[in-house]
Design a protein around this ligand. Structure first.
Ligand SMILES: C[S@@+](CC[C@H](N)C(=O)[O-])C[C@H]1O[C@@H](n2cnc3c(N)ncnc32)[C@H](O)[C@@H]1O
Length: 208
């Protein structure tokens, strides 16, 4: 698979480091409490509405769902198989990693990265409490994925790429680490029209 030609989409007048700082501030706070931070259903109710398997929701440690703010259900887009190596790009507090770990079983491994130290820490604690041992979590400061080329069978992501100001770099990295013929299961939100100028100029608007 060759990478699709990607235009540099960073047409935002806001500096990348300001956007990252706003996203870190937002998700550091989400790692503590979701309350009042999203305009769509989150937590356990959000997972139910997005069609996650109720049996897995019931099995999940409460901490995994307390900070769940996914925008869709990546597992509705394809099947994970026992033994696979899966990357969650933007793992948040770990609920999608938990689901993936159950699907790949003890012979597979689920890897997660997050830009936010508190989220990465929360995911590690939540997965340990849930008894999940086939997982690895790294906090990242840039859009460089800290694993080698052709490492993953599947990359999942849930509401993360819309938060990334340097999307071509993210897609180059995802393309680099996924095996030829691997699966991308992405749930995300897209803009369908130009933003008003006051939102386009706002670093905080990136984290909404
Ligand atoms: C909607 S949440 C992800 C939900 C998560 N999959 C779950 O199971 O709860 C978005 C996460 O992406 C992280 N994030 C944003 N930009 C990122 C980037 N460039 N690289 C890695 N993580 C990022 C945020 O810190 C946040 O924790």
């Amino acid at each position: 698979m060759q990478p699709a030609a990607c235009q540099d989409d960073d047409r935002s007048p806001v500096a990348v480091q300001n956007i990252r700082a706003a996203i870190r501030a937002k998700y550091d706070a989400v790692a503590v409490s979701l309350s009042g931070k999203f305009s769509y259903p989150t937590g356990q109710e959000g997972a139910m509405q997005l069609g996650y398997d109720p049996a897995l929701i019931a099995l999940a440690h409460p901490g995994l769902l307390e900070s769940f703010c996914g925008v869709g259900n990546p597992f509705s887009l394809g099947r994970l198989l026992p033994g696979q190596r899966v990357l969650d790009f933007g793992c948040g507090a770990g609920f999608d990693m938990f689901v993936a770990s159950r699907l790949v079983g003890p012979g597979g491994t689920v890897y997660g990265i997050d830009l936010t130290a508190k989220m990465a820490q929360r995911a590690a604690e939540n997965l340990a409490r849930a008894g999940i041992t086939n997982c690895v979590i790294r906090q990242v400061d840039t859009d460089i994925i800290p694993w080698r080329d052709d490492f993953f069978d599947v990359v999942i992501s849930n509401g993360v790429l819309n938060l990334c100001p340097e999307k071509p770099q993210c897609f180059r990295e995802i393309h680099r680490v996924i095996k030829p013929g691997g699966q991308l299961l992405f749930a995300d939100v897209i803009l369908t029209k130009e933003l008003p100028a006051h939102l386009a100029a706002s670093a905080e608007a990136w984290s909404h």
